[in-house]
Design a protein around this ligand. Sequence first.
Ligand SMILES: *Cc1c(COP(=O)(O)O)cnc(C)c1O
Length: 431
Amino acid sequence: MNDWLSRDRESIWHPFTPLKGMTRPEMLEKGEGVYLYTHEGKKIMDVISSWWVNLHGHSHPYLAKAIARQAEQLEHVIFAGFTHEPAIRLAERLLDILPQNQSKIFFSDNGSTATEVGIKMAFQFFYNQGIEKKKIIAIDGAYHGDTFGAMSVGDRGAFTAPFDPYLFDVEFIDFPDQHSEDQVLQQFELLVAGGEVAAFIFEPLVQGASGMRFYSERWLNSAMEIAQRHGVVCIADEVMTGFGRLGSLFAADRLQHKPDIICLSKGLTGGVLPMGVTSCTQAIQEAYKSDDLMKTFFHGHSFTGNPIICAVANASLDLLLTPECEANRQRIAQKHQEFMHRIKGHSMVRNARTIGTILAFDLNTERDSSYFNEARHHLYPYFIEKGLLIRPLGNVIYLIPPYIITNDELDRVYETIAEFLELYPTLKSRI
Ligand SMILES: *Cc1c(COP(=O)(O)O)cnc(C)c1O
């Protein structure tokens, strides 16, 4: 066992993990349903869906079979000049469930590439038409991925500091919280009215990585109305919010104004294999339909449209679109509501909030909410010890469980959190 961990330490560079003083990773043996089982026989409930990707539980037999079957049929092929049934079916089914204005599916590899593609698609949309529009608007605190384009439109902070000189210019507007909505809308309109803005990229209704921060449908509808009235391409990054996370299948379903471009990943394959999708409207693709070869969208990855991944995405959609799955999402939403009301007045809790299957609250620490808030370094091991995978963002504790989690399991999670809230004042002085 220790041998495995030292071999890991020797050879592997883990994501978002310091190379020195790294906490000892858990060595996993298997995953089943909502649980992960360690080498040492510990059972850990995954209530963050392994970085927000898992929808139907770990090692789901139906998804595993879909992978095996496709692997024996056609495992991979270059996707330029070739196509196959899993990809065609997936694209059609996505267009079926996405907002009606979406008309084309572009495949890529993950959430970051899905947003990169969205940004490039928007910029080239204007370039192809000979229109000079170069600015892009994003929201303070945004997270759109870790590649350079995605980083550029994301929040600038400690994570991006080494790369700041290489990131392109972006107009950031303030986060539209309850108190500043109208002011931010004015700020937005002023920018857009300048006429140079090509695109507006946003995580609809919930900013994930900045701490599960919610903002209103009313604000986003108004912003999109203004943007679209001025010919600004609206890019909804639904990498986290897609596939039922907010209750509705997509955040866009809750809005009157529909995005021009939608980015998907995470739950797309049920969280089993990596894939990104960027969809767009008829108007966007029209700008690329030309006899001029130079108006082609020159973007692709070696594994674009991989048949095995398409097959598992199709299988995940089979499960997602059942009435049982929808009932599960509603059940979780209801349970979250009840727990939110229960902890709302607690002295250690600030800003308890829930939308769909997401529940979040800020732990009332003296220091303000940021990723480096020291609370997170104590909270993560505390909950692992209790058998829960909860990975706070600074002092923001959140749940985003797979949809198969049962009421009993949810109750266990809530009880562990409630107990923690009682203990926290004493824990704090001890750690
Ligand atoms: C996770 C995430 C991404 C990046 O996805 P990766 O697959 O990790 O590259 C982009 N946008 C949002 C909103 C995300 O939550």
